[in-house]
Design a protein around this ligand. Structure first.
Ligand SMILES: Cc1ncc(COP(=O)(O)O)c(C=O)c1O
Length: 335
C-alpha cells in the first residue's frame, strides 16, 4: 500500500498558505467567512495549480520523462505554471492551446519566456486540447523523446493529490484555531481541485461539506469528473471512496448465492460447502484488497503482503486441508 507521504512530490509551493478571516465579506454574506489564501502558493504567480504540479512533476521525473505536454487556453494559469515548473525541474515543455496563433501576451508570453513551445489547435473547441496533447505526445514518442502528457488543469488522480495534501494542511489549521466550518466553497473548472478536496474530506472527515461552483463545464459533467478523479486520487493513497468492506459484502453475498445453488442441485457434497465458502471468500477478499491498494500495511515479506492477505492465505490453506480431510473420511473403507 502507498500512503500520501510515500507519493513523490517536488517542492514548488510556499506552504502552508494562510487561513484568514474576512470580516467585511462575512458581514455582507451574513455568515462567518474565512479564506484559504491559495493565491499565495508563491511559485510563479501563485494560485491553486501549483499544488497539483508538485505531484505531476514528481510523477514525470519518477517515470523518466523528459518533456511535459499539457495545455489550456493561451491565458491559462495552469499552462503557464506547468511551463515554469517544467523549466525549474530541467524538463522541456510543449503547451497546446485552443484557437489560432495570437501574439504572446500575459500568461502566453510568460510560458514562452519559460522556454515552452506553443502549439495551437486551430479550433475554438476547448475540449480539442486534450486530444491534441495526446497527439503531440505520440509524435514526441516517435521522435525518441519520453513525454509526460497531462490534460487541462492537471485534473488527474496524481494532480488532485495536491488538494488532498491541502485538505490535510487545512485540517491542521482548523485543529489549531478551533474553527469548525460547515462548508468549503471553491470554483470548479477542470475539477482536479474539487476532486482532491473531496478525497481529503472522505479521508479526514473534517466535518465540512465541499461545495463547488462550476465556472466552465455543466454541473452534471463536473459531478462525474469530480467523483472519478477523487476516486483515482483516493485509490493512489489507499483511501478509496467506496469502502472495500462494501465490495467484500458484494463478493460475500454472490459467493453464498452460488454455493447455495450448487448445494441445492446436489453438486456440492454435504459438509464441504462451508470450507468452499471460506476458501473462495478469503481469495476474493485478498484480490479485492490487492486491487484497491487499501490493505493495512503488512510487516511480511518486506511489506509485499499485508497482514490480512496472510490471514486470507492461512484461511485458504485451512479450507483446502479440511476439504481433503473430508474426502479421505468419506472414502469407503477398503474391504
Ligand atoms: C482560484 C481558482 N480556484 C479554482 C479553480 C478551479 O480549479 P480546477 O481547474 O482544478 O477545477 C481555478 C482555476 O484555475 C482557480 O484559479
Amino acid at each position: 500500500m502507498t500512503g500520501l507521504l510515500d507519493v513523490p512530490r517536488v517542492p514548488l509551493a510556499t506552504l502552508p498558505t494562510p487561513l484568514q478571516a474576512a470580516p467585511r465579506l462575512s458581514a455582507a454574506a451574513g455568515a462567518e467567512v474565512w479564506l484559504k489564501r491559495d493565491d499565495l502558493t508563491g511559485f510563479g504567480l501563485g494560485g491553486n495549480k501549483v499544488r497539483g504540479l508538485e505531484y505531476v512533476l514528481a510523477d514525470a521525473e519518477r517515470t523518466g520523462c523528459d518533456v511535459l505536454v499539457t495545455g489550456g487556453g493561451p491565458q491559462s494559469n495552469w499552462a503557464m505554471l506547468a511551463a515554469l515548473a517544467a523549466r525549474t525541474r530541467g524538463l522541456d515543455c510543449v503547451l497546446v492551446s485552443f484557437g489560432r496563433p495570437v501574439p504572446p501576451v500575459g500568461n502566453h508570453a510568460l510560458a514562452e519566456l519559460a522556454g515552452a513551445t506553443l502549439r495551437f489547435t486551430g479550433d475554438d473547441d476547448r475540449s480539442a486540447v486534450d486530444r491534441v496533447v495526446g497527439e503531440v505526445a505520440a509524435d514526441l514518442r516517435a521522435q525518441g523523446r519520453t513525454p509526460y502528457a497531462v490534460g487541462r488543469g492537471g485534473a488527474t488522480g496524481i494532480g488532485a493529490l495536491g488538494y488532498v495534501a491541502a485538505g490535510l494542511e487545512l485540517a491542521g489549521q482548523l485543529h489549531r484555531t478551533g474553527l469548525r466550518p460547515a462548508q468549503l466553497w471553491l470554483a470548479t473548472g477542470s475539477c482536479g481541485t474539487h476532486a482532491g478536496l473531496s478525497a481529503a474530506q472522505a479521508w479526514l472527515r473534517p466535518g465540512y461539506e465541499v461545495v463547488g461552483v462550476t465556472v466552465s463545464r455543466p454541473a452534471a459533467e463536473c459531478r462525474e469528473r469530480v467523483r472519478r478523479i477523487a476516486d483515482e486520487a483516493a485509490a493512489l493513497i489507499g483511501t478509496p471512496l467506496v469502502p472495500t468492506q462494501l465490495l467484500e459484502m458484494g463478493a460475500d453475498i454472490a459467493l453464498a448465492a452460488v454455493l447455495t445453488w450448487l448445494w441445492r442441485r446436489g453438486k456440492a457434497p454435504d459438509g464441504s460447502v462451508f470450507w468452499w465458502y471460506m476458501i473462495l471468500y478469503s481469495a476474493a477478499r485478498a484480490v479485492i484488497e490487492h486491487w484497491r491498494g487499501d490493505t493495512i500495511r503488512g510487516l511480511w515479506f518486506g511489506g509485499a503482503l499485508s497482514t490480512s492477505q496472510i490471514l486470507s492465505a492461512v484461511a485458504i490453506l485451512l479450507g483446502i486441508a479440511m476439504l481433503v480431510r473430508g474426502r479421505i473420511r468419506a472414502r469407503p473403507a477398503a474391504a
